[in-house]
Design a binder for this molecule. Structure first.
Ligand SMILES: [Zn+2]
Length: 476
């Protein structure tokens, strides 16, 4: 083992904005399209004499997430004040959970490896600062919006693994419908911390934290940059300074933002205005029963029960809605592989070109299922199937109706096909002679001729069968 080689040790803190109608500790609407500072009240503005009340829906969504991430729910957790001064934080402190978080000790599995989750807790968001020219404006509409923070153990070893973890976490959260997870809109903010150590060593090195990574691509590039920077420092015999770095997407560099605060700097103490959060087992059980099949469980079914390959399965489980659509189509067409292929190529093609999500896809699962069953039973060719698919997209009519109207059903037209085959045999006397002299490879030419005349309406296999039959029957 080369001892001068470094390995990256990465941990993640993720803030997820919960999909509630109202804020964490007051009744203001969670609504960002509204006029700035219109969804505010004395509580979220931190006016003296006001008292917070816990939003039960936020607690439920947090518990749901924690259970899906295999965490243990603390039956008793508590809120704390985290003090810091910042213009977007009118109270001068943030209500969060510190010593007694809502949940601990979970994990997310990626490629058979467990990324451990240390804790998951509830907190409130701050307002939003908007800097324009020489002015800075503050919008308190986001102030007090419920968040969960999910903290991993430093189990991630590469930027690729970090992206895989985030992808899986986002999938789980959207399957649970607890958050929209739009990174650009700040629903899902991740702050990785990274340190290096020599391969084989167990002690952790000095870590830095990265902020302002608002896409998975930024996460990957930011981590790659920081790993290179630390590697250079360490190989030159220098020391990494513990600090927070701000990623700049344009220059692809991370610049120091501030030296990292220690938790003592925040003067945490128990929030005196809120009682401990007590979670009865009955509530945990109730929420557990509401958790849908999660992406990896669905993938297992696709691979093990339906024999789909991993790549296809990964695409199908990418969103819950897409996986649900797949499940609905296979109720109407038993050829699961055919359904998977069509969803991955044809249906996704339409979603991409029209830039719509699957729940806005205009073809209902039973209509698509009927079309695919016709292809599967060889009632129509794949080529005809694609034409019918286009027609369904335009008109919303059913596959069989279109196939009948356009004469695309193979069985109805076999008489015509036979006529064309006979014609073709007559027209190509010399080729037929060659065939009869034993040069059977010319059959392909005749099949091609016939297919050209019937415009691909029939299966090549069927055409070939019929031609051989006639050639052999009419042998002298
Ligand atoms: Zn409010």
């Amino acid at each position: 083992m080369r001892t001068n080689q470094y390995e990256a040790v990465i941990g993640m803190e993720i803030h997820v904005q919960l999909k509630t109608r109202s804020k964490m500790f007051c009744a203001c609407a969670v609504q960002f399209k509204d006029r700035p500072n219109s969804n505010v009240c004395p509580i979220c503005l931190g006016l003296p004499g006001t008292l917070p009340t816990v939003n039960l829906e936020a607690v439920r969504l947090a518990i749901k997430t924690a259970l899906a991430l295999n965490c243990t729910i603390n039956k008793k957790s508590s809120f704390a004040r985290k003090h810091y001064f910042y213009p977007d934080l009118p109270k001068g402190y943030q209500i969060t959970q510190y010593k007694e978080p809502l949940a601990v000790n979970g994990h997310v599995e990626i490629n058979g490896k467990k990324i451990r989750i240390k804790r998951l807790h509830l907190e409130e968001d701050s307002g939003k600062l908007i800097h324009s020219g020489r002015e800075s404006l503050v919008d308190f509409n986001r102030c007090g919006v419920p968040l969960i923070e999910i903290v991993t153990e430093p189990d991630i070893r590469s930027p690729e693994e970090a992206v895989q973890y985030l992808g899986e976490l986002k999938r789980i959260l959207t399957y649970l419908n607890v958050s929209d997870c739009d990174m650009e809109k700040g629903h899902f903010r991740c702050e990785p911390n990274v340190s290096l150590r020599k391969v084989g060593e167990t002690q952790l090195g000095v870590r830095t934290e990265l902020k302002n990574l608002n896409s998975l691509r930024n996460v990957k590039e930011g981590l790659e940059f920081e790993i290179n920077r630390q590697t250079k420092i360490l190989t030159q015999g220098g020391k990494v300074v513990q600090e927070t770095l701000l990623w700049d997407e344009k220059t692809k560099t991370a610049l120091p933002m501030r030296s990292k605060e220690e938790s003592e700097d925040y003067r945490y103490f128990f929030e005196p205005d809120l009682p401990p959060l007590i979670v009865p087992q009955s509530l945990i059980n109730e929420i557990q029963s509401e958790i849908p099949l999660l992406p990896q469980a669905r993938k297992k079914i696709l691979v093990n029960k339906y024999q789909l390959n991993e790549e296809s399965a990964d695409i199908i489980i990418e969103s819950k809605e897409f996986a649900d659509y797949f499940d609905a189509v296979i109720k109407h067409c038993s050829n699961v592989q055919l359904v998977a292929n069509w969803l991955i190529t044809e249906v996704r093609g339409v979603l991409n070109t029209q830039n719509i999500p699957i729940n806005e896809f205009p073809v209902s699962p039973d209509v698509l299922g009927e079309l695919l069953t016709m292809i599967d039973r060889k009632e129509i060719t794949i080529k005809a199937g694609k034409m019918i698919f286009e027609e369904i997209l335009k008109t919303g009519r059913r596959a069989r109706e279109i196939a009948e109207e356009k004469g695309l059903l193979i069985s109805f037209e076999e008489d015509t096909l036979i006529k064309i085959i006979k014609e073709t045999i007559q027209e190509n006397h010399d080729v037929v002679e060659k065939y009869r002299k034993g040069k059977t490879t010319v059959l392909g030419f005749l099949v091609g001729e016939v297919l050209r005349k019937v415009k691909g309406k029939f299966l090549p296999q069927r055409v070939s069968e019929l031609i051989s039959k006639f050639l052999n029957e009419s042998q002298p």
